[in-house]
Write a new protein. Structure first.
Length: 630
């Protein structure tokens, strides 16, 4: 059983500093918030007593699992029993976890909830120990026997995908003694990323600076973002940028050593497990072909002109003589309209109409019955996410602040929720969970629908410009930027594989070269530009992860194109296959699922679809701005 116990949170983490205090969202305590804007936990269990009982029962039933040790490889009846038993227990364990976890999310100062949460974590640890023998024993069953058993026993149908996938990955499982040896090194292999997070979060000392308003600012990530987005004084932005990066520059050789550690650990593990490269190791789990990765980074690198066009436009509009990296977030208009939550809900509801009545009606349910926790309250976690509870319904958390940005966050999280709901409804538990590789398709698709709807319906030119800028920044921030990052990690890891040194000079050199390839001559240089690699947590914690943001974006753009362009018949068929994707959970490899939805990520055109969309949006923005100036 390779089913890992993970918590599936699809989140957008927003800084609590962007909190925009408004009467309607500013609740002094959770009790003041009307019921319809809060989660309803009794959908999971009616009360704590029921939860306790379930917890005790689960703990007891866990002891059933080891009884099957040694007998599942000899008798298919036992295999069926263990599959069904562990599925049943996993499903219930998640419910037990979510009942506490979700309540804790909105009340993080509650120590009683915290101790309950720790209790559940112990249960999960026990679960891991008691099921650890299953995978190795399953692998002792010859592949042909397994195939035969699955064909003869319909009870195994739901587990077929997972069971057969085990054999695909078998060539990377080592012999028992080698696995044991590897296990001794498991923790030390992740030491570098541990050092990175201690240095950049726990031990970090943010710089204090004084800006043109004579006020002192501590340049934490949240304050930094605020200054870059809202401070129209370029010199202030420069100061903030330099203060942010000086912290990293002071330790830059240490950072190079840490990153080298991360890369070397990855390469050692990849080699030990018979992978050609670290990238191959990272892609194998979801069976993603390497061409997908290479197609993405190469196609985007060859098509950066639209990005440069946008930067030039920004430079002109902002009236800047020189354009720097720290000018990339500053808002083009001073638009500050407030969107009350109930209006936002209506906007999203109207916007998803092209997805059909069923989708729309479901979305109405998702926003009305205690599925959404809307407003901020003291002790509630920051950010936004959607998380499913199989057999119950998804739960979405927001910290709604009335900004346009948050209207899009609502559409985004509802995309995840609908995807989860459709999948849960149409797939058995074993196949309901979808991968990150397809997850952001549903969310970005809804954002795109919302953009279209709002552009079509607004009469305020400033709102139109803000909407277009939001969409453009979204693509440059998610698609272009993350692809540049993916390109960067690809090049750095390749150095390790070729036995070449990885140090400050090399790391900054690659960074600089990519900057030139992406931004051309639009950007002016700053002394700290080449140290930005040291600040990207993903490089250190989850190598080869960020490319998925870009591929999801491309998939979503391609599906959007299929659903909105062409003959009526084609559009209808494209919509059907998109809905099929939403219903498919994890019933196949993500690349196959996307192919069925009309997306082939190994093709150049799929990547170009986003670039063309971006280009068109920039043109549209230029037209809108000219209109405003008249
Ligand atoms: Zn998301």
């Amino acid at each position: 059983m390779k089913k890992e116990i993970i918590v599936f949170l699809l989140a957008i983490f927003t800084s609590s500093l962007t909190y925009n205090a408004m009467a309607q969202t500013n609740y002094a305590s959770r009790d003041e918030i009307p019921k319809e804007y809060k989660w309803n936990f009794s959908d999971i269990y009616s009360d704590w007593e029921t939860w306790e009982k379930e917890f005790e029962q689960l703990t007891k039933q866990l002891d059933e699992i080891p009884k099957f040790k040694g007998v599942i490889k000899t008798d298919v009846k036992n295999l069926i029993k263990i599959q069904q038993l562990s599925e049943e227990l996993t499903k219930r364990a998640y419910k037990v976890y979510q009942f506490v976890g979700l309540q804790y999310t909105v009340d993080t100062k509650n120590m009683e909830l915290l101790s309950k949460l720790q209790k559940v974590q112990q249960l999960f640890a026990q679960f891991g120990v008691k099921t650890s023998w299953i995978s190795p024993e399953l692998l002792e069953i010859p592949e042909a026997t397994m195939k035969k058993w699955i064909a003869e026993n319909p009870e195994l149908k739901d587990f077929e995908f997972e069971l057969m996938d085990m054999y695909r990955l078998q060539k990377h499982v080592l012999s028992a003694d080698k696995e044991k040896l590897m296990s001794y090194y498991r923790q030390s292999l992740s030491t570098s990323s541990g050092v990175y997070s201690a240095l950049t979060t726990t031990d970090i000392q943010f710089k204090k600076i004084t800006l043109s308003d004579e006020k002192e600012y501590t340049i934490s990530p949240g304050v930094y973002k605020q200054i870059l987005s809202n401070n129209y004084n370029q010199e202030d932005r420069k100061k903030a940028f330099e203060a942010r990066y000086e912290v990293f520059a002071g330790n830059i050789n240490t950072h190079a050593a840490i990153y080298n550690g991360v890369v070397q650990s990855g390469w050692a593990s990849a080699r030990a497990r018979n992978y050609e490269t670290s990238l191959d190791a990272a892609l194998e789990g979801n069976n993603i072909p390497k061409e997908v990765y290479l197609n993405l980074i190469n196609t985007v690198k060859a098509n950066t002109k639209p990005l440069q066009k946008y930067l030039k436009l920004r430079k002109e509009l902002l009236g800047l003589d020189k354009y720097y990296k720290y000018d990339r977030l500053i808002n083009l208009t001073d638009y500050t309209k407030e969107y009350p939550y109930d209006d936002a809900k209506k906007l999203v509801y109207e916007a998803v109409a092209p997805l059909g009545k069923d989708y729309q009606e479901k979305l109405k349910v998702a926003t009305s019955n205690g599925w959404l926790d809307v407003y901020e309250n003291p002790g509630k976690r920051s950010g936004a996410f959607s998380s499913g509870v199989y057999g119950i319904h998804p739960y979405m958390m927001l910290n709604y602040d009335g900004t346009l940005d948050y209207v899009f966050t609502l559409a985004h999280e509802l995309g995840h929720t609908m995807h989860t709901w459709y999948s849960d409804e149409n797939q058995p538990f074993a196949l309901h969970g979808y991968t990150i590789f397809v997850a952001e398709v549903a969310s970005t698709f809804n954002e795109r629908l919302l953009l279209d709807y709002m552009l079509k319906n607004t009469k305020d030119p400033k709102e139109r410009i803000t909407l277009l800028t939001q969409a453009i920044n979204n693509i440059s921030g998610t698609f272009y930027r993350q692809t540049r990052f993916a390109d960067y990690e690809y090049q750095v890891h390749a150095l390790a594989e070729q036995g070449k040194p990885i140090n400050k000079a090399v790391l900054s050199g690659i960074w600089k070269e990519l900057d030139v390839q992406y931004f051309g001559d639009v950007l002016e240089e700053n002394q700290y530009d080449d140290y930005i690699w040291a600040m990207i947590p993903h490089f250190h914690g989850t190598p080869f992860y960020v490319y998925q943001y870009a591929t999801c974006f491309a998939s979503s753009a391609q599906i959007y194109k299929n659903v909105t362009e062409g003959s009526k018949k084609d559009k209808k068929a494209a919509l059907e296959s998109y809905l099929t994707l939403l219903k498919s959970g994890g019933n196949d490899f993500p690349m196959e699922q996307l192919k069925k939805a009309g997306v082939d990520l190994s093709k150049k055109e799929t990547i170009l679809a986003v670039i063309n969309q971006f280009d068109a949006l920039v043109d549209q923005l230029e037209i809108e701005i000219k209109k405003l100036k008249k």
